[in-house]
Write a protein that binds this ligand. Structure first.
Ligand code: XMP
Length: 320
């Protein structure tokens, strides 16, 4: 049973020094590695890890082909300013090969997990000689996986999987007692810029969690373009999270006076405290119309835009 540290209980300075010491003690003179996605959790782990291990921590950004527009360059830039250098590893081929033909949501998540931890990361870890992987699993990831709601890509021990046996390295999870708000508070105290500690959550399986059906390079590109529009237009809302989802069903539409059997984008925008429950944000109709216009204008092949008005539960925040 993991003991939660609630937002109220969290003293960021104590938490940081506890975790830095813990990481130092576990890793000792060995080296560790961590994957930075640019999300809040992995950014905080990167900072903690570098405070604890300095040059004995290698940080990589895995370009899996499923990230948002311009992500690797932007994230690398943020960390350069903080004095941390990031290696970008191109693994687009491996991820798309693993996702080929898969439409079932849980199979998709499993394909991402295996590709990441076994193939791509496994190889990087073996080559680097690192014995430990630092990763930003938070309590909500564990709760949902254990409850059987969604297999979060980064949860193992709680499912009875020993990473040492399965992948050949040990995993250290310094954020496992926190929820999102706690992680943000720690990130702020660690000196991350607001663009990182205040960033909306983004799932490990990245845009493949936002494509219903097969995640091909073309379909990911479609949802990537729609995501850029949604994030740009909703960035000033105080919502917990917002996103675009590409549907599998096609609908009849018209373009240039001709029938166009096109695709649909669903916009979701959530109010939530900790992602365990969520309600749709009451966006104004003007904002919704603006979203539709910009998506139709900027995303080729889309003829329909909808807004999700269901709550979590029974919905979940991501569509896959
Ligand atoms: P759901 O979709 O389960 O999401 O309501 C709850 C929160 O978790 C994020 N999420 C993930 N985060 N790995 C992660 O690190 C995952 O596999 C994953 N799936 C969902 C989601 O964006 C939301 O904030």
């Amino acid at each position: 049973m993991i003991k939660e540290i609630t937002l109220k209980e969290l003293n960021p300075a104590h938490f940081i020094s506890d975790k830095v010491n813990e990481i130092k003690n576990i890793v000792g003179k060995n080296t560790a590695i961590n994957a930075l996605s640019g999300g809040v959790d992995s950014s905080v782990v990167t900072m903690l890890g570098h405070q604890a291990l300095g040059r004995n921590l290698k940080t990589v950004f895995i370009e899996n082909g499923l990230m948002r527009e311009g992500e690797s360059v932007q994230v690398k830039g943020f960390f350069k300013k903080l004095g941390i250098s990031i290696d970008v590893v191109d693994a687009r081929k491996e991820f798309f090969a693993a996702l080929k033909g898969i439409t079932n949501p849980e199979e998709k998540r499993e394909a991402i997990t295996q590709t990441f931890y076994k193939n791509v990361f496994g190889k990087i870890v073996r080559e680097s000689g690192a014995k430990f992987l630092l990763q930003g699993t938070i309590l909500t990831d564990v709760d949902e996986t254990v409850a059987g709601i969604k297999r979060q890509h980064n949860v193992f021990e709680q499912l009875g999987i020993d990473p040492q046996t399965a992948f050949g390295y040990r995993i250290i999870e310094p954020l496992i007692q926190l929820r999102k708000e706690g992680v943000r508070k720690a990130g702020k105290a660690l000196g991350l810029p607001p663009e990182l500690f205040d960033r909306i959550p983004f799932p490990g399986p990245a845009l493949s969690a936002r494509v219903i059906g097969e995640a091909t390079p073309e379909r990911i590109e479609t949802v990537r373009k729609a995501t850029a529009v949604v994030e740009c237009l909703l960035k000033n809302t105080v919502a917990f999270q917002y996103m675009a989802i590409l549907h599998e069903d096609r609908v009849t539409g018209m373009r240039n006076g001709k029938r166009d059997f096109g695709q649909q984008i669903e916009v979701r925008c959530w109010d939530s405290k900790d992602a365990r429950t969520a309600t749709p944000t009451k966006l104004s109709f003007e904002t919704l119309e603006h979203l539709a216009q910009e998506i139709l204008k900027n995303v080729p092949g889309i003829v329909s835009v909808t807004y999700n008005i269901a709550t979590k539960p029974p919905s979940t925040i991501e569509a896959v």
